[in-house]
Write a protein that binds this ligand. Structure first.
Ligand SMILES: [Zn+2]
Length: 217
């Protein structure tokens, strides 16, 4: 289906990275992000190494095991969560939230197994933009990530083209995201009717960012 958006050119990821500062609107304010609907309010959540700014009240851990003693939920990008899980069992009471995004690792089935063995709680993956704004999120049925109203997700072949409608600091339309998947329009077993991204993966060649690169300002 052709829309006004679909007539605009796609922004390639390499082009976006090479001119990241030009795409940045530094006069747009910094937005503080919430952990999202999977656990709202999150019972004693601790975040580890987010690339964006979370609302106050969610402690940010550096990785020492003692920081997680009282945590029910740990949220972070996949790499620090993998490292934590490889250090041994750390049973939680509520959930693990994986933040993925452009230039971030998406959880594979092997990661879900690893994190389940360590944390023994459900995993909720969230797709977030450069400022951490929530674009799509996994529900309790774990049948893909529901696309939120603030995001437009299109497909070019298998690659997701992302448009974030709420990020005024890095406004970019139709960014070729380096992530692949399908879009399922069938209603989800959870009752929500919003389309879902299923089979989310990184393209094999995609560059994974370090936390200092493209951190939101
Ligand atoms: Zn659902």
């Amino acid at each position: 289906m052709e829309t006004a958006l679909s007539r605009l050119p796609v922004v390639e990821l390499a082009q976006f990275y090479s001119r990241f500062r030009e795409f940045e609107n530094s006069s747009a304010g910094r937005r503080l992000q919430e952990l999202g609907a999977a656990c709202n309010p999150p019972p004693r959540a601790v975040a580890i190494d987010p690339w964006f700014h979370l609302k106050p009240g969610i402690p940010i851990a550096t990785g020492a095991a003692a920081e997680f003693d009282a945590a029910d939920c740990i949220a972070g990008p996949l790499e620090p969560l993998r490292n934590l899980a490889r250090n041994g069992r750390l049973p939680l009471r509520h959930s693990v939230i994986v933040f993925t995004g452009i230039g971030r690792l998406a959880a594979r089935p092997a990661d879900r197994d690893l994190l389940w063995r360590a944390f023994e709680v459900p995993l909720y993956q969230q797709l977030r933009g450069f400022q951490g704004e929530l674009l799509a999120a996994e529900c309790e049925r774990h049948q893909g990530l529901h696309i939120l109203p603030d995001a437009v997700v299109e497909l070019r072949g298998e690659e997701l083209l992302l448009t974030s409608l709420r990020n005024f600091r890095h406004p970019v339309l139709r960014l070729a995201s380096g992530l692949t998947g399908r879009i399922d329009h069938e209603p989800c077993a959870c009752g929500r009717k919003s389309p879902r991204i299923v089979g989310l993966k990184n393209k094999p060649s995609v560059t994974i960012l370090g936390n200092e690169t493209a951190r939101s300002g």
